[in-house]
Write a protein that binds this ligand. Structure first.
Ligand code: ATP
Ligand code: MG
Length: 194
């Protein structure tokens, strides 16, 4: 039987426990063999703010996922020049794992934007989409093709990278919102001090 691989794309600036819980829960629900976290290159949706260096976001993602044997991190998006398009991510991962079935994991907010993404028919051909609940957002698949997306309820984690960055900038703690190693990486590299 072919492998089932979850794909968790994100800016991961920084990666936090909401990302990790979502990936873990979807892996269990779909009996996935592994989940690949894919930090974005220069994210076009977020061009209004400076995103941390790709290498820092990549390393925080490695630190956060290192203890889970099912989790790994891919450099495909950070090594492709230009902005990240999910169709490119999935095309590259499909080429690396030609026999695998891909499950693209996305939070309710990102799923809502899915219709604005490029090459929608190509996206749905490359992967099954899994939309997960996220506090503050409504999870729905109203305008999406029938059967293309499965909605999954995951433990509610009212955590965002934006809030983590703001907390660090204000000198407030991010302990237990992000993994311990990520707390230490942020302070070691003086990230988010503005
Ligand atoms: P930012 O505030 O910078 O946008 P973020 O917390 O939204 O950061 P992203 O890297 O933008 O994190 O998100 C990557 C993916 O993880 C997206 O699909 C997003 O919807 C999902 N996600 C992020 N946080 C949560 C959460 N707390 N619960 C469920 N899904 C989440
Ligand atoms: Mg986001």
């Amino acid at each position: 039987m072919h492998r089932k691989i979850g794909v968790m794309g994100g800016t991961f600036d920084p990666i936090h426990n909401g990302h990790l819980v979502a990936a873990s829960e979807v892996a269990h629900r779909f009996d996935l063999d592994e989940v690949i976290f894919v930090p974005t290159g220069q994210p076009w949706q977020k061009s209004e703010r400076a995103v941390s260096r790709s290498e820092d976001r990549y390393l925080m993602t490695v630190v956060a996922t290192a203890s889970n044997p099912m989790f790994s991190v891919s450099r495909v998006d950070i090594e492709r020049p230009g902005p990240t398009y999910t169709a490119d991510t999935l095309t590259d991962l499909h080429a690396e794992h030609p026999d695998a079935e891909l499950f693209f994991i996305t939070g309710a907010d990102a799923l809502a934007q899915i219709l604005t993404w490029q090459r929608l028919d190509e996206l749905f051909r490359l992967a099954h989409f899994v939309g997960v609940t996220r506090p503050g957002y409504t999870l729905g698949d109203d305008h999406l093709p029938a059967g293309a997306v499965t909605l999954v309820e995951v433990p509610a984690m009212a955590i965002s990278s934006t809030d983590c960055r703001r907390r660090v900038a204000e000198g407030r703690p991010v302990w237990y919102l992000v993994p311990d190693g990520v707390v230490q990486y942020i302070s070691k590299r003086h990230l988010y001090r503005s």
